[in-house]
Ligand binder design. Structure first.
Ligand code: ZN
Length: 102
């Protein structure tokens, strides 16, 4: 197990986790509590961290997350159903087609 990144909230953590899983990387979301703060920090404010199961997949996982971070607001149009896709998604939410450049 190796930590890849710290997410800003459950939405980002879920997005990264799903993306890594789709890329064949075994990943998990860990909720980390600062030492001594258990019971003081509400669960939803605790940091969420992405961990990979296999260390040899760490570099690849890091690249994928960096790619997603560097292009958070890209837009593209699905070639199958013509939907406009916003955000860091590489798959059409409507029909499941992959982003054209992949
Ligand atoms: Zn589509």
């Amino acid at each position: 197990m190796k930590r890849v990144a710290k997410a800003n909230g459950i939405v980002e953590a879920t997005l990264w986790h799903d993306m890594l899983t789709a890329a064949g990387i075994e990943a998990s979301v860990q909720r980390m509590f600062l030492q001594g703060s258990v019971g003081e920090v509400p669960p939803h404010e605790a940091a969420l961290e992405i961990w990979v199961q296999h260390e040899e997949q760490f570099v690849r996982a890091r690249e994928l997350i960096d790619d997603l971070r560097s292009a958070p607001q890209r837009h593209w149009f699905c070639s199958s159903c013509k939907e406009q896709i916003d955000g860091g998604f590489e798959q059409c939410w409507n029909c499941g087609a992959l982003m054209p450049s992949l």
